[in-house]
Design a protein around this ligand. Structure first.
Ligand code: PGA
Length: 249
């Protein structure tokens, strides 16, 4: 049985003071064992949250990582640096990184490997653009992204140490959500693709989230689907709505 996960992607929001104020206002309401709750704030908040989360049932996530360990890579942060802050999860290949910062499948794959070697679980984002859905190439696009991200990863790691998030780009921050059936169809396809690349037990174990305008109104229908194991929440994770999504049942 796969445990559900709700991850909040705060993106480039909140200064240290604002982030601290907000987290204190919601942290005790997200003290649950039923669901794995992950908060991914910006880099400047990781150190503070590392202490705050220690006593709570909330895991710390980062939004990005660089794949080299250290050296002359101005502006980047490495997996060992995240590990030292108790970061348990890290988003990789978010569509904003792919489109604004030109991240490729190959870079995503290197980041996944760097995270796994530092015991951090990657939350690998995949998803198609609107025109790709309209011309029905979405399955090819997502399959390419999955194959690229998971190239040369071993079966055991896929089984235990990977999370995949299906985030159709047309649904991110737009208020337009994929229908629960569309989301389920793609998450099922992702599971099948993982099964073709790895063992059936890897396909059965890997957690697949949906992301894209998830809110308290649509969460429970989306999360009731067989192949959807949770949600990656952007805008609504910056508000008290996040608590309602965590308590979706
Ligand atoms: P959204 O963002 O919930 O604001 O659509 C989701 C994401 O980008 O992870």
């Amino acid at each position: 049985m796969r445990k559900k996960m709700i991850a909040g992607n705060w993106k480039m929001n909140y200064t240290i003071n604002q982030g601290e104020d907000f987290i204190y206002s919601i942290i005790d309401s997200i003290n649950t064992d039923e669901v794995d709750v992950v908060i991914c704030p910006n880099f400047t908040l990781l150190d503070r949250f590392s202490d705050i989360f220690e006593e709570k049932r909330v895991s710390l996530g980062a939004q990005n990582v660089y794949f080299e360990e250290s050296g002359a890579f101005t502006g980047e942060v490495s997996a060992p640096m995240l590990k030292a802050l108790n970061v348990k999860y890290c988003i990789v290949g978010h569509s904003e990184r792919r489109t604004i910062f030109n991240e490729t499948d190959d870079m995503v794959n290197k980041k996944v490997k760097a995270l796994i070697s530092n015991d951090i679980i990657p939350i690998i984002c995949v998803g198609e653009k609107l025109e790709e859905r309209n011309n029905s190439s979405m399955f090819d696009i997502v399959e390419r992204q999955i194959k690229g991200a998971l190239k040369d990863i071993d079966d055991n790691n896929v089984r235990k140490n990977i999370v995949i998030a299906y985030e159709p780009i047309w649904a991110i921050g737009t208020g337009v959500t994929a229908t629960a059936d569309e989301a389920e169809e793609m998450c099922k396809f992702i599971r099948k693709t993982v099964g073709n690349m790895f063992s059936s037990s890897a396909a059965e174990s890997v957690r697949i989230l949906y992301g894209g305008s998830v809110n308290p109104k649509n969460a429970s229908e989306i999360l009731s689907k067989e192949n959807i194991d949770g949600a990656l929440v952007g805008g609504a994770s910056l508000k008290n709505d996040f608590i309602s999504i965590v308590n979706f049942e």
